[in-house]
Design a protein around this ligand. Sequence first.
Ligand SMILES: [Zn+2]
Length: 362
Amino acid sequence: MTVLRTAKLLTLSAARSLRVFEALRRSEWRKNQLLILAYHGVSQDDEHLWDPELFVSPECFATRMQALKDYGCHVLPLNDALEKLWTKTLPPCSVVLTFDDGGCDFYRRAFPILRQFNWPATVYLTSYYSRYNRPVFDVMCSYLLWKGQDRILDTTGLMTQPAMLQLNNSRVRKNAAHAIQVFARESRFSAAQKDDLLSTIAERLEVDYQTILTKRILHLLSAEELTELAAEGVDIELHTHRHYAPKSRECFLAELEENRKAIVQFTKVPHHFSYPHGSYEDHFGEWLGSLEVFSATTCEPGLATNSSDHYKLPRLIDTSSLELVELEGWISGFSKFLPRKRMAVTPHIPPYYYDMNQSHFK
Ligand SMILES: [Zn+2]
C-alpha cells in the first residue's frame, strides 16, 4: 500500500470517528452534490478473485448497499437525479447506481440485491455481445488463463510466436492474454472464430468450460433478461455497440447509433452515455449532444455538482479493493477534499469486438 493511501485511510477513519462524515452528509453543501457510483460486475462464481477491480462478490455488493442505507442516502434514477442536480433540487445525500457493460451477472446477482432495497439502477449496455450471446472474448481469454494457472499452455495456433507458457505467473498470463487478443484481431477473426479459440484454450488447459458456459460467466445480458429488467424499471443506457469510442465523428456516431438501435428493441430511447474504459476527448460532448445524448459519465472519482460539464460527469468506481471507509468518505462528500491521483486514461484501445464485416473500423 502506498504512503498516500495509508495516510488517506487514517484520515478517513479519524474523520469517521469524529463524526465529520455524519455532519457533512446532512449539510446543505452535500445537498448540491451527486455521487454516481459505478460497478462492472458482481461475481456469479470466482470472478472477483480473478479480477478484483472488475468484479465484487455478492457479499461485498450487499455490504455497500447496506452502507448507503445506513447513511440515509437517497438513491435516485439517473435521469431524475441529473434533472434535480441541474435545477438544484436534489434531496440530501443523493446517490445514483450505475453498472457498466451489462453483464449477465447484473440480472443474476446485482438486481436481486437491489430489489431488496427497492433501489433504481442504470445499466450502460454495450450491445454487440448482448446480441451475439457468447462469452466476451478479451475477458474470457484472460479468465481462462487464470483458471488454468497451474498448467502449461501450448500456444500453437493461438498467437504469432508459438511457445510453452507456464501460467503460474500473473505477468506471463497478462502478456499471453494480450498476445492472443492481438493475434485474433490481426488475423481478422470473426466472433465465431474467436469463440472457437476460447474453446481451444479451455481444452488445452483442461478447464471445465461447459460449466462456465452454463453459468453464463462473462456473458452479457440476453434479450429475455433485458426485456425483463426494462419492465422492472431498470434504465438501459448507451455504452457503444462494440465497447469502443472511435476517433472520427462519423464512426463515433455510427457506433452510438448501432448501440441505440439495439437498446430501443427492449426499452425507451436512451439519452445517457458512459465512456468505454472511461476514455474521452473534449469534442465527444458536442458529438453526443448532436445525438440527443444529455449526459456522459467518466471513471474519474468525484461528486458531480450543478457546474459539472454534462459530458464529463465524475463517477466513483467501486471495486473489491476499495475499503468501506473510503466509500463512506465519498458518500459523505469528505473524500472530495482529499488529494488523489489522477486516473490513468488509456489513450487508444482497439474495439473489443472487432468484426471483419464492420469496415468502418480501420
Ligand atoms: Zn465498459
